[in-house]
Ligand binder design. Structure first.
Ligand SMILES: O=C(CO)[C@H](O)[C@H](O)COP(=O)(O)O
Length: 262
């Protein structure tokens, strides 16, 4: 079979993608998300403990899992939601749920991402759920990332959009400045995430704030960047998911690619 990649996605340290042909040329972005999500659900088997991601792409996967449960094509699935909103969605669809206390090993997680680089590293958390997502996905034997091709970047931060960091509310301006100082050379600017016209701080499911970091240049060594961020007292977690994805499914105008980590 000929190997083709969506634009920009030429993974370096992974097996070549398999391109699945679908007539997706005229699909909207949301329809592409659905294509990627449905493809991922093909990997769910009866009896699995499944991490349920958060966001508009993961929502399609949760819908599909519920449909397969109700039609009897999947049986005995236990879902581990990664946010309150996904918890609500899964409850409303009748998916049996548990948590990491009772099920510390998750067979498979399916979740979207904000950015995917060529080594399958991710930025996640623009939807605000990065901490629970990272806890569930780090506990997963397999982690399938589902994106439309707009999420593919040459380096993390390369979309010019936010790399979120969850912090404690105490003296958040201080933590924001410390985060910016870590990445002065990359032209990093931090902004407190807010909601509504009054600019109230956005509060995560865990009662924390989010600082969105914007980079003018590549932040360089991701592992070093991650360690430096996590060393700051006041930081709870950041949205870089380094070396965690085991499969990336990309839906684009050329079709769907499924790329597995070696
Ligand atoms: O990390 C996330 C939420 O915290 C989402 O997975 C990410 O923001 C992608 O969202 P969407 O599928 O809506 O584009």
């Amino acid at each position: 079979m000929a190997i083709a990649y969506p634009q920009f996605f030429k993974p370096k340290k992974v097996e070549p993608s398999l391109m699945v042909s679908v007539s997706s040329v005229n699909l909207s972005q949301d329809e592409l998300k659905k294509v990627a999500a449905y493809k991922a659900v093909e990997f769910v088997e009866s009896g699995m403990v499944v991490g349920l991601g958060t966001g508009s792409t993961a929502k399609h996967a949760v819908d599909k899992i519920a449909e397969l449960l109700h039609t009897g094509k999947l049986k005995n699935i236990i879902g581990i939601p990664t946010s309150k909103i996904t918890h609500e969605q899964a409850v409303s669809l009748g998916i049996p749920l548990s948590d990491l206390n009772k099920h510390p090993i998750v067979d498979l997680s399916i979740d979207g991402a904000d950015e995917v680089d060529q080594e399958m590293n991710l930025v996640k958390g623009r939807g605000g759920s990065l901490l629970r997502e990272k806890m569930v996905e780090a506990a997963s034997k397999k982690f399938i990332v589902i994106v439309d091709e707009s999420k593919l970047v040459n380096y993390l931060g390369g979309s010019g959009l936010a790399m979120p960091v969850e912090i404690v509310p105490f003296c958040w301006e201080f933590t924001l400045k410390r985060l910016e100082m870590l990445f002065i050379e990359a032209g990093c600017v931090g902004k407190l995430r807010t909601v509504g016209e009054d600019g109230e701080a956005y509060v995560t499911d865990n009662g924390n704030y989010i600082i969105d970091l914007y980079f003018k240049k590549d932040m360089g060594d991701l592992k070093a960047a991650s360690d430096a961020i996590l060393r700051l007292a006041g930081v709870v977690e950041h949205g870089m998911f380094i070396d965690m994805a085991t499969t990336v499914i990309v839906a684009g105008k050329l079709g769907v690619s499924v790329t597995n980590k070696e």
